[in-house]
Design a binder for this molecule. Sequence first.
Ligand SMILES: [Zn+2]
Length: 286
Amino acid sequence: MSNRVPPLIMGHEFSGVVAEADDPTQLGSRVAVNPLISCWQCEMCRAGNPHLCPTRKIIGIHVAGAFAGFVVAPEINLVELPAGLSFEGGALVEPLAVVVHAVDFALRGGIPESALVIGAGTLGLLTTRLLAGVGVSRLVVTDLTVARLELAQTLGATRTINGRDRASADPMPTDFEVVFDCVGSGLTKIEAVRSVRSGGTVVLLGLHDETLPINAQELVRREIALRGAVTYTPRDFRRAVQILASDAVPYEDWIERRPLARGAESFEELLSASGKVVKVLLGDGS
Ligand SMILES: [Zn+2]
């Protein structure tokens, strides 16, 4: 993404132990860290939307992140991990909070009967799990990777469609009440609009491409609501901690923990991803 400008220590999804703090009672705490640094004074912040703060900065994007032994964060950004939640689970709080926030938009009009999730990476899998959890009865997931579609099924998809053999498969349904684009490429945005029913909602989370190659008249004529969703409020972040602590999101099958020194090779591997490892967690601690 264009907002990550080298030289930069990346890493915005992380958990750890407090090693140094102004408040000595915090020392040794196991925490997840909300990486959004907001001003807490502007109109957006005061209205409870610090994720939309115009001067917001993100740890790992605008300031040094967590692919390191130590990282600095404001104390207000720390959320204590419940005793049963592992550091791996703590590192998944951030992406789950993104999904909690996005799924909330889709649930405002009640629980949708049908939903399509485009992309079975971290965001797509977590979206699938939350939608299955609230009882969406027709829950379809598309991806280009067989292994990831199998994971989507274990997380609650009622049907999966592999975009690679679309030509030979049944045509894609076009009557979903809600569609989540968890990829954000030009093609997936077109697919999202094509697949939603008239009067339905498309939620855009993916940030793959910057432009929106969509026929605006189709949005008008079919009354399609197009909704962007980005990051999370502090409340979404705390809810993500609770959800992970309740074991509602199985993650052992699709994450892998490796030493920090294997970071570069892991990025290369994920770029050409075709396997079951959807997310690599880098860390040297216990
Ligand atoms: Zn602000």
